[in-house]
Design a protein around this ligand. Structure first.
Ligand code: BV8
Length: 225
């Protein structure tokens, strides 16, 4: 069990007070995904999209990492092989718990991107449609997150890690968004042992060798033990 790949979703940050997407009262029940998490929605109403991400950026700053985030950071420190955390989350709670080897495949709330020149920088607390890119001056700034229909980041690195994984764990994800939901099949093809840790079995639970259910702050520290 040398190389471990861990995929995390909104469920690992739920007990830190950050909303999930598809649970009762989740983000996609308050906002229409098409309006706030697609390039078309941003083109139609950038003010609404900035409002959505400004609110989440404020929530994220007020939130604290929980025992599950700390347990994964400890596993990274103490495990003799590689432990890669691939997160679908745009919050920085893994890093704030001390995790080092983290890939944000859906981008980061803390980063801004210029739609005109591709420049990236640390996002201000509040972003607005009139903001100018610090590099090219264009009024084309957006949150540096991956919307539906956009290519997730660092997919080749993720594919390479899955191809050499001995253990793949998915934590707090509903298994409904691709390509992340397909990682378990890639890891299994590479011969990895696969385990799902989730509040309840996900849509893809059947694809895992092992399913552990319960709140992340309880089952993740116990699993890391
Ligand atoms: C792409 C970033 C191609 C922004 C997000 C039909 C079939 C297959 C695929 C598609 C299709 N139609 C469209 C697609 C593609 C689409 C997709 O998969 N759509 C789905 C909805 C069907 N995917 C894409 O568009 C992706 N891009 O395919 O590009 C391409 C190819 C070439 C060139 C260009 C493009 C991009 C997807 C990324 C979208 N961005 N977010 C933002 O955050 O605002 S997705 C969004 O959903 C978040 O990233 C989130 O992480 C992700 C997944 O959600 P989860 O994390 O799983 O959260 P969820 O609420 O769903 O579940 C929470 C889980 O936690 C639950 O299971 C719950 O039980 C559990 N839980 C709750 N509390 C706890 C807990 N567990 C433990 N403890 C607790 N306390």
């Amino acid at each position: 069990m040398r190389n471990i790949v861990i995929l995390t979703g909104a469920g690992i940050s739920a007990e830190s007070g950050l909303g999930t997407f598809r649970d009762a009262g989740g983000l996609w029940t308050q906002y229409d995904l098409e309006e706030v998490a697609t390039p078309e929605g941003f083109a139609r109403n950038p003010a609404l999209v900035h409002e959505f991400y400004n609110a989440r950026r404020a929530n994220c700053r007020a939130a604290r990492p929980n025992a599950a985030h700390f347990a994964l950071a400890r596993l990274q420190r103490e495990w003799p092989g590689e432990v890669l955390i691939v997160t679908q989350n745009v919050d920085d709670l893994h890093e704030r718990a001390g995790a080092r080897n983290v890939i944000h495949m859906h981008g980061e709330l803390a980063r801004a991107l210029c739609g005109a020149c591709g420049h990236r920088w640390d996002a201000p607390e509040v972003m607005a449609p009139d903001d100018r890119c610090p590099a090219c001056g264009a009024r084309a700034t957006r949150p540096d997150v991956v919307w539906f229909g956009e290519m997730p980041y660092r997919m080749d690195e993720i594919g390479a890690a899955l191809a050499r994984a001995d253990l793949f764990a998915a934590i707090g994800t509903s298994g409904t968004v691709y390509p992340a939901a397909g990682f378990v099949a890639e890891a299994a093809m590479a011969g990895a042992h696969t385990v799902e840790l989730n509040l309840e079995p996900s849509a893809t639970a059947g694809a895992f060798d092992e399913v552990i259910t319960g709140p992340a702050t309880e089952i993740v520290p116990a699993w890391v033990e």
